[in-house]
Design a binder for this molecule. Structure first.
Ligand SMILES: O=C(CO)COP(=O)(O)O
Ligand SMILES: O=C[C@H](O)COP(=O)(O)O
Ligand SMILES: [Zn+2]
Ligand SMILES: [Zn+2]
Length: 332
């Protein structure tokens, strides 16, 4: 049993309070590899931003839970080495599926966990979330819950089956579970294909897909019901067209990939939305840089050669999100 405070990590409580009051959002970047972790820390230090480093169950399977935990501990030390004496780094479990997964993360030093009971019946979601909250709060670990179902290919949910969060449920849910933040469904979804072409319109000039807007009216209703309560947006990658184009130019095949326009994330950041989850954009930046590098340098085979520009591309992407979209820079 290790408490996150011994590792120099922080929970989300104060961070979210300041973000809601200040009209900005904290970036929550997923990491699976050392290069992603380094790029996240470099970007956060350079921009003086608090940051949430999050680990999915898939990441734990890929990289090993213990290794990821030590990487997060290393991230705190690395931030100090880069010149940030008091970094604010959260180690968060993304989409925890059971009490046991959440407990295992809390016991190994995570400062925040998500329990995703969104696919369960309402009362079961409440019971599971409450159980995780009761355990987590003993160790001052914060808990994110989810209400409403995200659509999208990655979630294997078709648009008709997805449902937006019902504003009339949020007070009851937040009160009875005691959760610290709430992920809601207002039209975002996971992955690089957030909308099918028939859900979009086409820009007559560029021929590019223009996705439908997020349901801001639902977000605003939720804000009215729970004033100041921290709201989380999953599935918030923008799927940068330049990355998609580079991938396609150098042998990839991502036709009609489409994300959430940054303008809408900028607007959301100013509201009670105080955590914005971005994973796919990091994958796209990394893959685009690697494909380009290898196509242009066919004789190179040292991973450090192609992972260096890949890490740099992710770092620039993270900096762009922090400074130009979420507004969490200069907060340390
Ligand atoms: O929500 C996410 C992680 O929980 C990531 O969403 P994206 O697939 O849009 O990056
Ligand atoms: O929720 C989705 C995140 O992007 C994590 O994805 P993953 O489960 O493939 O690691
Ligand atoms: Zn979910
Ligand atoms: Zn998610």
């Amino acid at each position: 049993m290790v408490n996150y405070k011994e590792l120099g990590l922080v929970n989300t409580r104060e961070m979210f309070k300041k973000a809601v009051a200040g009209g900005y959002a904290i970036p929550a970047f997923n990491f699976n590899t050392m290069e992603q972790m380094q790029a996240i820390v470099m970007a956060a230090v350079e921009t003086k931003s608090p940051v949430i480093m999050q680990v999915s169950r898939g990441a734990r399977n890929y990289a090993n839970p213990t290794i990821l935990r030590y990487m997060a501990e290393g991230a705190v030390e690395y931030a100090k080495e880069l010149g940030c004496p008091n970094p604010e780094i959260v180690l968060h479990l993304d989409h925890g599926d059971s009490f046991e997964t959440c407990k295992s993360c809390i016991d190994m030093g995570f400062s925040s966990v998500m329990i995703d009971g969104s696919s369960l019946p309402y009362e079961e979601n409440i019971a599971l979330t409450k159980k995780v909250v009761e355990y987590a709060h003993q160790y001052d670990v914060t808990v994110e819950a989810e209400l409403g179902v995200l659509a999208g290919v990655e979630d294997e949910v078709v648009a008709e089956e997805s449902h937006y969060t019902k504003p009339e449920e949020v007070i009851d849910f937040a009160t009875r579970t005691g959760c610290d933040s709430l992920a809601i469904s207002i039209g975002t979804s996971h992955g690089a294909y957030k909308f099918t072409p028939d859900q979009c319109t086409r820009d007559p000039k560029t021929g590019k897909l223009v996705p439908p807007p997020l349901a801001f009216e639902i977000l605003h209703e939720i804000e009215e019901k729970l004033p100041g309560f921290p709201i989380v947006l999953h599935g918030s990658s923008s799927v940068p067209q330049d990355c998609v184009d580079t991938i396609n130019e150098f042998g990839g095949k991502l036709p009609d990939a489409v994300g959430i326009p940054e303008e809408q994330l900028r607007e959301a950041s100013k509201s009670a939305v105080c955590k914005i989850n971005i994973d796919s954009d990091s994958r796209l930046a990394m893959t685009a840089a690697i494909r380009k590098y290898l196509a242009e340098n066919p004789s190179h085979f040292d991973p450090r050669q192609y992972l260096t520009p890949a890490r740099e591309a992710m770092k620039q992407m993270y900096i762009h999100k922090i400074v130009d979209v979420l507004g969490s820079n200069d907060k340390l």
